[in-house]
Write a protein that binds this ligand. Sequence first.
Ligand SMILES: [Zn+2]
Length: 284
Amino acid sequence: MENIFNFNYINSFDTYSYISLIIYSLVLLSLGSFASSIIFRISFNIQNKAEKISIIYPRSFCPECKNTIKLINLIPVLGFFFQRGSCSMCNSKISPFYPITEISFLLFGMGVAYVYGLGVFSFFLLLIFFLFYLLFILDWKFYYLPFSINIILVISGFIGNSFFNIFVTDISLFFNLSPFLFSLYGLLIGYFSLWIVNLVFKLIYKVDGIGGGDFILFGALGAWFGPFALAMILFLGSLSGCIFFLLFRNKFKYQIPLGSCLIFSSILYFLIKNVELFSFLLVL
Ligand SMILES: [Zn+2]
């Protein structure tokens, strides 16, 4: 059964014309730009409870002077340099987060296209990267995992596995699981395992130990990577949580962004599964 882990074929760019690669790069930069705009708008709504803005309206504006940004300055990466890193109206600094996000999307997208080609695997990896990026930053900054983004992650996991077998491993054959059940058990086990941990915590300490968004996120990771991956992801997530805590002790004095840790560990899990050298670490 072909899945993303046994797709051992470096595609390289030989089969694609320059034009299609240029168009693809522009799509990637725009995706990065869209991601940073969503993060900006959700952050804005969290910090300004009085005036809420939507994902698409109003047009992008400077957070300092509130002036609408000229279209030419909205061009990914270049816009930042046109304005020399500060707002053309009020001169306040623009965060390098924007061009960094756009360039990350370009590099990641080029990387997956190089390995998997411009096909269904690259499409779903880009989608996961997009959703992971949003969730990671928002949880890191605000301990906030938006329900809508979590749900998109769940649904796309079901679609990716049920129709394209993306992360369905051979172990599911052994248990006679169809790709749909692979995602369903992943979702249920992921969601309820953290829910039960939190219930026990709550009975002892009388407060929630884990945020509600974390249950859904872990369920979504289950829907993507399947029930057999969850223990490994949780283990690596706790480990990275400890490391984040040590590295950023001042920021995370009272609470660790569990969602960011789980996303980080899912990426680790994916990389480890892909590297044959470490395959002995994974029994499943
Ligand atoms: Zn300004």
